[in-house]
Design a protein around this ligand. Sequence first.
Ligand code: AMP
Length: 216
Amino acid sequence: MKNIMFIAPPAAGKGTQAELVVEKYHIPHISTGDILREISKEDSEIGNYVKETLASGQLVKDDITYQLIEDRLKKDDCRKGFIIDGFPRNIDQAYQYDKILDKLGYEVGNVILINIDKKTLEKRITGRRICEKCNSIYNINDEASSPKQESICDNCGGKLYQRTDDNLASFETRYQTYLDKTEPIIKHYKDMGVLTEVDGNDTIENIFKSIDKIIK
Ligand code: AMP
């Protein structure tokens, strides 16, 4: 069983690396951000709350995330392993995650911390485009990661969109939140002896090589 967790600042390439891991190991990619973006489309009280919170760059309430993580991990496809991305975002979520894993009989697995410079992140955040159909990720500020045809997904022909929180103002909030809240999480997993760091300033291929070595 391969359980993997990514910890990285916004736009560090977690989603892209997760896609590569999925391709190679055929395990599900569980992104709380993706699940919340789906919820934000609902015309309901919770849908509206999540939509507003996402656009502001703040974190949604912990209780909402606990429920959606537990429900997702209970599904059969997680038995052979999974990649968790975007959770935990604070130390309380990390403690709760330990409890959920315990309850379901899962181990935390490999926690992979992607380190990356803020300047690189700012460039990536403004160029990121996502396929509205299949969630493939592109970056128009980087030739190698640009779609072949403008605004069209190479994989499925879907339309590409820019996330409402992928602007420099939202990024600043998200980045500060990351710095403030992530340090105790890193310490928690270092103390457990499950954390490995990789350099996220490298190319997509080289970052994946480092991640693959850890998983193997
Ligand atoms: P991401 O796609 O991981 O960058 O997440 C996008 C947004 O979803 C974040 O800025 C938060 O508003 C929300 N979000 C994602 N994961 C969590 C989480 N574990 N706890 C609270 N909010 C989250």
